[in-house]
Design a protein around this ligand. Structure first.
Ligand code: ZN
Length: 376
């Protein structure tokens, strides 16, 4: 069995979940040591987020100037205990009805394999920085708490995306949680309904005329949570709540939508005769890395060397790359040949997965040989 596959199997068989990545981190601390990495450390993020594991960081010191970073996350979604990975033909899946946790231990194994291949190549290279984060699935908490002053790279690749090798995620939407509380007037529903004003009907009117779903090519909104009433049918409903979210790759469009949402709720409520209180909370800021930027050009060059077609495209979700970009690293996501992540159908295409280490190794060498081409 190839080393990348045996590493991957060992990692997914170690039971772990967000806030409890201990077993995975312990394996990685050992493997990084075996690979001859330097500055191996685990930070104190675990105690800050009430978990038991910190972000694991390491460096492969280079003989050439410059540095480049690779990252993946150690946590996984629920239903990830007792994973039993099997290879059937070209597909790796779990035969125990669990997720496979290739999101994101596939990314972790790819980085380890890349370092191994780099060492085996014997070629001079720049410094490589490696970051394995915790609790990515819980709101990018590991990358939120990491101390970026440790990093000297300007480019960081997050190996954390479903899809075929060659897929490059160059943007991620800005998002916000939106809420509207509707206040009506309670009254006995049988004896004096005319003295009441239904918050439930008010909420329905607001929702029925609210622009949502796909707003435009890069913006969406969704209001799936509606709560109303106290459970009794003999009283006119005096309180209802609508909760949802909006996303856009354009920060201004998101701000505009929030403003529209607040106005729409207020106007509709006024017309109907109820009162509303709206609130919103911005989520993780998104990012957008242009297709002609250094990080995209570099990895595209690598894919060309591998005979793989580079596919830069937007992502609909968030990842650690969101936080890396906020912290001065130019960062995009890279796919590592897993599919249907977050479900029990999660699987990996073996032939493509076997090439992910090569992708990492070639990226280091491409940067090492041409640092001036990828200056930021
Ligand atoms: Zn992930």
């Amino acid at each position: 069995m190839e080393k990348i596959v045996s590493d991957f199997f060992e990692l997914v068989k170690a039971d772990a979940i967000s806030f409890d990545e201990r077993k995975v981190a312990d394996i990685l601390l050992r493997k990084l040591e075996e690979l001859g990495c330097a500055d191996i450390s685990e930070d104190d993020t675990g105690s800050r987020i009430q978990g038991n594991t910190g972000n694991v960081f390491a460096r492969v010191p280079g003989q050439l100037p410059g540095a480049i970073m690779f990252s993946a996350h150690m946590d996984r979604m629920p239903n990830g205990f007792g994973i039993d990975p099997v290879i059937e033909g070209n597909v790796i899946s779990s035969k125990s009805g669990t997720i496979l946790a290739a999101d994101d231990l596939g990314g972790v194994a790819a980085i380890l394999d890349g370092i191994r291949k780099l060492k085996e190549s014997g070629k001079p290279h720049c410094t490589v920085e490696i970051l394995f984060t915790v609790s990515e699935e819980k709101g990018l908490l590991g990358s939120l708490n990491f101390d970026y002053s440790k990093i000297s790279s300007k480019i960081a690749y997050a190996l954390d995306s479903p899809g075929h090798i060659g897929r490059i995620l160059t943007s991620s939407p800005h998002s916000a949680k939106l809420s509207c509380e509707v206040f009506g007037k309670a009254a006995h529903a049988g004896s004096e309904p005319e003295n009441g004003k239904s918050a439930a009907v008010g909420a329905a009117k607001i929702l029925a005329t609210l622009r949502e779903g796909r707003l435009d090519e890069e913006s969406t909104a969704n209001f799936p949570i509606v709560q109303a009433g106290s459970g009794a049918t003999n009283v006119v409903c005096d309180h209802a709540v609508i909760n949802g979210e909006a996303r856009s790759r354009d920060a201004q469009k998101l701000s505009d939508y929030i403003q529209y949402f607040e106005e729409h709720c207020r106007k509709t409520a006024e017309e109907f005769g109820v009162r509303v209180e709206t609130s919103w909370k911005k989520g993780t800021p998104g990012f957008s890395v242009p297709h002609d930027s250094a990080s995209v050009r570099l990895i595209s060059k690598v894919f060309e060397q591998m005979g793989v077609t580079p596919c830069p495209e937007p992502s609909g979700g968030g990842m650690d790359a969101n936080r890396f970009n906020m912290n001065g690293l130019q960062s995009v996501g890279l796919a590592t040949a897993y599919f249907d992540n977050h479900t029990s159908n999660e699987h990996v295409l073996l032939d493509e997965f076997l090439r992910t280490g090569e992708m990492v190794c070639l990226a280091v060498l491409e940067y090492s040989q041409n640092p001036e081409k990828y200056n930021i």
